[in-house]
Each structure stands twice: as C-alpha cells, then as structure tokens.
Design a protein around this ligand. Structure first.
Ligand SMILES: CC(=O)SCCNC(=O)CCNC(=O)[C@H](O)C(C)(C)COP(=O)(O)OP(=O)(O)OC[C@H]1O[C@@H](n2cnc3c(N)ncnc32)[C@H](O)[C@@H]1OP(=O)(O)O
Ligand SMILES: N[C@@H](CCO)C(=O)O
Length: 302
C-alpha cells in the first residue's frame, strides 16, 4: 500500500528515489477503491490443491478480491471431479466479454511435450491473446510462464539433462523494481520442472526484463516492460510438503529422480521439510496485486 505523507517531508524524496510507493495527499483524496476481479486459469490436474495454495497468497492483503476459476473447455480433465468443475468453474466463452484486473495462468504437467500437442493449446492461445486487451496484468506460473513466453515472444523451452528439483537461492537482477519491493538480496523458491527457458533468448527481446535468477535454476522471474505480463518459472505457492510428494510419487513409479536440492533437513528424505520460501511468496503476490493490478487497473472498466 502507498504511504500517504505531506508533500514537503524530506523523507518523501529519498523514498521516491528508492522507488518506494509514496502518494501525496492530493492523489490519496482522489483515489477510488473497489474489489479487484481476478481470474485463475487452473491447468493443474490437482485443481483443489492449487486453488488453496493460490487463494492463501491472494488473500494476504487488505484488498478485496473477487475470484473466478476458469478451466479449458477443450480438455476433459481426468484428475479433478466433474462435480467440482461444474460447481466452481467457468469456461472462456462465458467470460470473454468481461474485463479482469488480474489473471493467473498456472503450471501444468505437460512441459515435456511440444506446446502444440497440448489438447487445449489453441484455446490457451486465444485466452492469451484476449489478455492483451481484457486483463490489466497476467501472472504466468511454471509451464504457464513457458507457454506465455512462447506464445507472446516466440521463446522456446529446452529439455534439461535432469529435473530442476529443489529449493534454490535466487538473486535480484534489478534494484528498485516494484515486483521485488521489500525482497531480501537473496531469497529461496521451489522449482520442479524438466524444461527451462534460456537467458540468452529472453535478452534478445527488448520488451522483456529479467528480474531474478538462480544460479542453479536459471531464470526465475521475467516481466514485460509495461508490467502487463509477469512470468515466474518457480512455484512459490507450493506447500512445505509438495516437493516431497512429487519425489515420493516418482520414486514409487520407478522414474529417475534425485532428492530435491536444499529441501529436506540434512538432505535426509525421512526428515520433515520446512517451508523456507513462504515470506517471499507472500511478498511477491502482494506486490503484484498492489503495484501491477490495483494501482494500474481503471476504476471504471467492466
Ligand atoms: C512444470 C509445471 O508447470 S509443474 C506444475 C504441474 N505439476 C503438477 O501438477 C504436480 C502434481 N501432478 C501430479 O502429481 C500428476 O500429474 C498426477 C498424479 C495428478 C496425475 O498423474 P498421471 O495420472 O500420471 O497423469 P498424467 O501425467 O498422464 O497427466 C497429468 C495431467 O496432464 C494432462 N495431459 C496429459 N497429456 C496431455 C495433453 N496432450 N494435453 C493436455 N493435457 C494433457 C492429463 O490430462 C492430466 O491432467 P488432467 O487431470 O487435468 O486431465
Ligand atoms: N512439478 C511437476 C513437473 C512435471 O511437469 C511434477 O513434478 O509433477
């Protein structure tokens, strides 16, 4: 939230230089407030888990948020029950006439196939095109980020020699960026994917800025310069035990999988993992909601 202080207070200039959000009284008096409309395109098979994880982060701000859950109309999900989908989800034809302040496009376990082989790829490209005119800012997560970078900017994904799997240390590439406001110089975030996007490919696109990278997990956070599109290759929304569940699932299936890096205490999979990324996950979501959605979206829109 912005701090509302007198115009002539010396701290105002210092904070503005640091890009801290300061609002003077004149603007504060004229600012209107309404609930934000956020649509979540949930592509995760275990939809109920993803709902809880994302809502937990979206709910941690003083802003009122109306959430609409969207699912692809062109895919018959096998994991989530029909009843749950009918009760809580809508499809694109029913909302395409609307404007939304924010959108989240989740990950999906389809990263090892070409984008065009994903059953709902055509529908997803229509939705991504629509976000340009009907959504103030879209946050793409994991496969959603790879799909968005590919659709909007032609950036390919590459198969990794082994799964990028663990909780990695990230550094900030840019200072005084609103999305990273309040972040420590080093922070941790889980990654869990078999594919990657390359820094060199992103650097060729002048509309994109890399905001954070991890030495061992590569590019983590990218934003379009107008803030309309944010791409996040990690999973800050994951619970403490999500990587453990994925690890045990793959072990049981006999798949080649290594212990998630820097995750279990003493790298011992019998010990209970701790969540060491929650505070930055909350900060990232609240920064996105405030600076890229609430402060940017028109008051009268729908
Ligand atoms: C890289 C990222 O974005 S990570 C985020 C995704 N991670 C996760 O979902 C982790 C949790 N998921 C899981 O553990 C597993 O997917 C499970 C246990 C839920 C299901 O595993 P399996 O039964 O082996 O299913 P399978 O791997 O064949 O398919 C998984 C999903 O991909 C979907 N899928 C498979 N092929 C395609 C395709 N060509 N196009 C679209 N979707 C496809 C399946 O339909 C299923 O999703 P659905 O339940 O929504 O329909
Ligand atoms: N996080 C995913 C990656 C696969 O797309 C999983 O382990 O299921």
């Amino acid at each position: 939230m912005p701090i509302n202080i007198p115009k002539d207070l010396p701290a105002k200039e210092i904070l503005e230089q640091e890009n801290i959000f300061v609002m003077d009284e004149e603007r504060a008096y004229s600012q209107d407030i309404r609930p934000l409309n956020i649509v979540i395109l949930n592509l995760m098979p275990e939809k109920e888990k993803a709902e809880t994880q994302l809502l937990r982060l979206l709910g941690n701000s003083p802003l009122q948020v109306n959430v609409t859950f969207l699912r692809p109309a062109t895919h018959e999900p096998k994991t989530t029950s029909k009843h749950h989908l009918e009760q809580f989800y809508t499809i694109f034809p029913h909302i395409r006439h609307r404007k939304f302040d924010g959108m989240i496009i989740t990950g999906a376990p389809v990263e090892q196939m070409p984008f065009e082989e994903v059953t709902y790829w055509k529908e997803l490209t229509e939705i991504m095109e629509w976000t340009k005119t009907n959504v103030t800012s879209t946050l793409h997560i994991c496969w959603g980020a790879q799909a968005g970078l590919y659709y909007h900017y032609g950036i390919p994904k590459y198969r990794l020699p082994q799964k990028c799997f663990g909780v990695f240390k990230h550094s900030l590439e840019k200072k005084n960026v609103k999305l990273l406001r309040g972040f420590d110089d080093v922070f941790r975030m889980p990654h869990s994917r078999h594919t990657d996007v390359k820094r060199e490919d992103i650097e060729k696109v002048p509309e994109l800025t890399i905001l954070s990278v991890a030495e061992k997990a590569g590019v983590c956070l990218v934003a379009s310069n107008d803030g309309k599109q944010i791409f996040l290759t990690g999973h800050p929304e994951y619970d403490a035990t999500t990587l453990k569940e994925e690890y045990e699932r793959d072990l049981a299936k006999g798949l080649p999988i290594h212990i998630p890096e820097s995750y279990f205490p003493d790298d011992d999979p019998t010990k209970q993992p701790l969540n060491t990324w929650r505070s930055h996950a909350n900060l990232l979501f609240v920064n996105w909601l405030n600076y890229y959605v609430y402060q940017e979206t028109p008051y009268e829109w729908e």
